[in-house]
Design a protein around this ligand. Structure first.
Ligand code: HEC
Length: 146
């Protein structure tokens, strides 16, 4: 009996740390810690990204290049409302570069929609732009700091 107990204890000592290791966070994205207000600003901007993309694709689908231009313009480089210095400081450099490039691409979509008014071209631009959405989402997540 004693030997069985000892063996069990030994096994527990060996395998418990392993069991613990498998409980580590399966989400391997880099966590960006923001306070509640900053997190809200970033996520609200994300939802605006999504609704703007909806407007742009609607504009392409209905051949309304005016809609493409005006909606894309709202997410251009002038759209950095509410971004404080502290938030800029907390965001990793590559996050900021991705964000800046995304705004720049929205500006280009707006410009080309007005000068070229070519739906195929806009659609191609949207597919390139969305690679930024995909890439950044694969890299980062946001948590509220304590
Ligand atoms: C600079 C990096 C970055 C870019 C570029 C980016 N996102 Fe995000 N987005 C994030 C992060 C980080 C989150 C939070 C994810 C998490 O915590 O799991 C997020 C969350 C979101 C959410 C969820 C918002 C909520 O209320 O929870 C939406 C929708 C979204 N993004 C849409 C987009 C779209 C559409 C694009 C492209 C036009 C885009 N994002 C580009 C980083 C980015």
């Amino acid at each position: 009996m004693k030997i069985i107990k000892r063996t069990l204890l030994l096994l527990a000592v060996i395998f418990l740390p392993l069991a613990h290791a498998t409980q580590e966070d399966p989400d391997k994205r880099t966590t960006v810690y923001l306070d509640a207000e900053e997190r809200n600003i970033v996520l609200a901007e994300m939802r605006t990204f999504l609704s703007t993309l909806q407007q742009i694709t609607q504009g392409v689908a209905t051949d309304n290049m005016q809609l493409v231009e005006t909606s894309a313009k709202t997410m251009g480089q002038d759209a950095s409302g509410g971004v404080s210095l502290s938030l800029i400081f907390k965001l990793p450099l590559s996050f900021k570069l991705f964000a800046a490039d995304t705004h720049q691409q929205f500006d280009q979509i707006a410009l080309d929609a007005s000068s070229l008014a070519d739906r195929d071209h806009t659609l191609e631009q949207v597919s390139v732009l969305m690679q930024n959405c995909v890439a950044c989402h694969a890299m980062y997540r946001i948590e509220k700091e304590d």
